[in-house]
Design a protein around this ligand. Structure first.
Ligand SMILES: Cc1ncc(COP(=O)(O)O)c(C=O)c1O
Length: 373
């Protein structure tokens, strides 16, 4: 997708906020515990490379991503720190991962056997680093029993092309006040850990929510994702133990301002009709930018005033009702602060009945990311 640089719609990413969120989390970690910055999905929409750089400045020592392509992007940009692909990759790409010194997650016997066989058949320069995924109750990826894990370790140990580097699990309810299921998962993980002949270099169980609210979480590395971007993983449910600084602002500007008479229809389907003479402003952002149609009825900030989105959000534009005439070019804030008024990503998520993770990831590639320290 072509980035729309010749219009005023921009996502401004404050890299200092990312750095500070990482620093704040680092300060709370036990001596020897590392923080891997989760920069998958283009750094949750904030930009993978710039986010990775800011995380390193804050004390991150490695990265987690979801796909091999994301990992290779980091390597090709010159990042030499450990990188883990947390989701499965197809075994046919394992030599590629090894060549780039990228660790991968494995959680099935079949996947491991195929990987061993494929690497044995080819010329592999580096050992492929393996993190064994344990499914303690997420029901997504991973081995479910100690016996399977012991067998996997044996297979790895018998292959000169593989190195057992990590063991991990993922919690399903770490962002909830009721921690009973979280405790059950932890117990399952501890049982498996206790039955192993040795521990690998990295044992990791914590995402942001576990790191923030479950100090008893075990391991020597945390996979710090959404909180690095200044977002509370629980939404409204739990207060963060330290202030999280939101890193992303979304701004645009008024492109047209018109004074319409009573009874004027606005937008596709004429879902809004002016009830009196009204000032209507047009803003160049729409659902192709990730500002979805269900944002109709929400508001944007113009000179610190909340202005309702009226009519349907179009693919590339939307209309707002203004309290008075504003000059064309006046700044519009969709996410962020505008003259002491704030719209948070959580507010947008609430409007869409979703989570801020989804809002951040939905911002499309058409919106330029501008980085400010
Ligand atoms: C396995 C795993 N670990 C860590 C994370 C990071 O989670 P969060 O962004 O909530 O910190 C994710 C994100 O989805 C994940 O899938």
């Amino acid at each position: 997708m072509v980035v729309a640089t010749y219009r005023p719609t921009r996502a401004i990413v404050h890299t200092q906020a990312i750095q500070e969120n990482v620093e704040n989390e680092r300060r709370r970690l036990a001596e020897g515990t590392e923080l891997f910055a989760v920069v998958k999905a283009n750094g949750y929409g904030h930009g993978a490379l710039e986010t990775a750089q800011a995380a390193l400045a804050g004390g991150a020592t490695g990265f987690c991503v979801a796909t091999l392509d994301e990992a290779i992007e980091l390597r090709e940009a010159g990042f030499t720190e450990p990188i883990l692909v947390m989701s499965f990759i197809e075994p046919c790409y394992s030599a590629l991962a090894a060549a780039h010194d990228i660790a991968i997650a494995i959680g099935t016997k079949e996947g491991l056997r195929e990987t061993v066989a494929l690497l044995a058949a080819g010329n592999v320069a580096n050992q492929l680093k393996i993190h064994l995924a344990i499914d303690t109750g997420m029901g997504r990826i991973g081995f479910c029993s100690l016996a399977e894990v012991l067998e996997a370790i044996q297979l790895i140990d018998h292959s000169e092309n593989l190195l057992w580097e990590g063991l991990f699990t993922h919690f399903a309810t770490a962002d909830q006040a009721d921690d009973r299921y979280w405790q059950q998962q932890l117990e399952r993980f501890k049982e498996i850990l206790a039955g192993l002949p040795r521990e690998p270099r990295y044992v990791h169980t914590s995402n942001s929510a576990t790191a923030l609210w479950h100090e008893a979480g075990i391991g020597n590395m945390v996979r710090y994702g959404v909180s690095m971007y200044g977002l509370n993983p629980s939404g409204h449910a739990l207060p963060a133990p330290y202030p999280l600084k939101p890193a992303l602002e979304l701004v645009s500007a008024l492109m047209q301002v018109k004074h319409l008479p009573e009874g004027a229809g606005i937008g596709y389907g004429k879902t809004y009709v002016t009830s009196t003479t009204e000032w209507i402003g047009t803003v160049p952002i729409g659902y192709a930018d990730g500002w979805l149609r269900n944002m109709q009825g929400f508001h944007l900030l113009v000179e610190g005033e909340r202005c309702e989105i009226v009519g349907r959000v179009c693919m590339d534009q939307l209309m707002i009702r203004l309290p008075r005439a504003f000059p064309v070019g006046t700044k519009v804030t969709l996410i962020g602060e505008n003259q002491q008024e704030i719209i948070s990503m959580q507010d947008v998520a609430d409007q869409l009945v979703t989570i801020h993770y989804e809002v951040a990831c939905t911002l499309s590639a058409r919106v330029p990311r501008i980085y400010q320290k």
